[in-house]
Design a protein around this ligand. Structure first.
Ligand code: AVJ
Length: 323
C-alpha cells in the first residue's frame, strides 16, 4: 500500500492543477504576498478584462486599434512577402484579421494557453481566409518560447511574430528581454516582430486607467481571489480586500494591489497566511516605457532595426523590430 501511495502522490505532484496550487501557495507565503497575473484570466476574468477594454479610462485597447487602422498600409508594406503570421496570445484572433486581409501571408499560427477555446476560433479564421493555412498551437510562452518545429524553414517562409495588447508590460524588463530574445532567435534573416508597448505618461492618467470609476478593474482584480479559492482551496473573502493601482515611478510600472481592509487569516490545505490591516497582495505589474527605453530592450534582444508608430498624444507605441 505504501508503494502505491508514493506512486500516486508522485503522479499527482506533476499534475498541472497541483503545480498551479503550489505556485499560488508559494506566492502567498512570501513576505510581500503575490499572485501571478496569469491567474487573473479565468473565464470570468477574461469577461471582465474585455469589459475593461471598453472603459473610457482604459485607453490602450482603442488607441492601439486606431494606430493599426491609421498606419495599416505602412505597417503591411514593411512586412516580408509570403510570411507565416505568428499570433502570440491569439485569443479570438480579432486583432490579426485586419492584417491578414491586407498582408501577403501564407500561414497563420495562433498561439495561446487556452488551446481548446482557440481551436474553434482558428478554424473560423481558416474559413474566412481559405488561402491561408491556419493552425492552433498550445503554448504558455511566458515559460519560454520554442516554435521551431511548427515554424519549419524560416528562411523560406519568414515569420511575422505579432504580440499586440502591450502584454509584454506584464514582464519585468529582464524577463521581457528574455522573451524578445527567444523570438529573435526564431525570426530567421527576413522575419520580424510587430509588438505593442504602453508608453510613459502622466501618472494620474495611468492610475485612472487601472482604477476606473465603475469599479470594473476592482472586480477584475478581486476575481483573482475566487480563482485562488478554486485552484488552491483557500478561504479568501474577496470583499475583505480593496483594489489599489499605483504608479511606481522608480520602476516605471503600474502595480495592482489587493489591500486587506482588516486583520485576517487565510487558510488553505497545507498552509495559511495572516494579513495585517493595510497589508497588500501584489497581483500585477504593468511596465510603461519611453520609446527609447523600449527600443533599447529590442536592441538588447538582438533586433538591430526598429520603427515605431504612435498616436497624436504619444500614449501608445506599435513597434516593428527587424534583425
Ligand atoms: C493585458 C497586461 C496588457 O497591463 O494593461 C488591464 C492588463 N490589468 N487592467 C494591462 C490589465 C488591469 C493589461 N494587459
Amino acid at each position: 500500500r505504501a508503494k502505491a501511495d508514493i506512486a500516486q502522490s508522485g503522479h499527482a505532484a506533476a499534475r498541472p492543477s497541483d503545480r498551479r496550487a503550489a505556485e499560488l501557495a508559494a506566492g502567498l507565503r512570501r513576505s510581500r504576498a503575490m499572485i501571478d497575473p496569469k491567474f487573473l484570466y479565468d473565464t470570468q476574468g477574461c469577461v471582465l478584462f474585455n469589459a475593461i477594454c471598453e472603459l473610457d479610462e482604459y485607453y490602450p485597447t482603442r488607441t492601439e486599434r486606431a494606430i493599426f487602422e491609421t498606419h495599416r498600409d505602412a505597417i503591411v508594406g514593411a512586412l516580408p512577402a509570403g510570411a507565416q503570421w505568428v499570433d502570440l496570445g491569439c485569443g479570438d484572433c480579432a486583432k490579426s484579421r485586419g492584417f491578414l486581409a491586407h498582408a501577403d501571408v501564407r500561414r497563420y499560427l495562433g498561439v495561446d494557453i487556452a488551446v481548446d477555446w482557440i481551436r474553434a476560433e482558428v478554424d473560423r479564421l481558416g474559413r474566412q481566409f481559405p488561402g491561408i493555412d491556419c493552425v492552433a498551437v498550445a503554448a504558455d510562452f511566458a515559460q519560454g518560447l520554442d516554435l521551431s518545429d511548427e515554424l519549419g524553414d524560416v528562411a523560406r517562409m519568414p515569420p511575422v511574430f505579432f504580440y499586440p495588447g502591450s502584454s509584454i508590460g506584464n514582464f519585468p524588463p529582464e524577463r521581457a528581454v528574455g522573451l524578445l530574445g527567444a523570438i529573435r532567435g526564431q525570426t530567421g534573416p527576413a522575419g520580424c516582430l510587430l509588438i505593442s508597448a504602453d508608453l510613459r505618461k502622466d501618472p494620474g492618467v495611468l492610475e485612472h486607467a487601472y482604477a476606473d470609476d465603475l469599479g470594473v478593474t476592482a472586480a477584475f482584480n478581486r476575481n483573482v481571489l475566487r480563482v485562488c479559492n478554486q485552484v488552491l482551496g483557500s478561504d479568501f473573502h474577496p470583499e475583505c480586500f480593496d483594489h489599489e493601482a499605483c504608479f511606481d515611478a522608480a520602476h516605471g510600472r503600474i502595480e495592482m494591489h489587493l489591500v486587506a481592509r482588516a486583520p485576517q487569516r487565510v487558510r488553505w490545505p497545507g498552509g495559511e497566511r495572516a494579513f495585517q490591516a493595510g497589508e497588500a497582495i501584489v497581483t500585477e505589474y504593468s511596465y510603461k516605457y519611453t520609446p527609447a527605453q523600449f527600443e533599447g530592450l529590442l536592441a538588447e534582444a538582438g533586433f538591430s532595426r526598429c520603427r515605431m508608430w504612435t498616436d497624436a498624444r504619444g500614449w501608445f507605441g506599435v513597434f516593428l523590430a527587424q534583425p
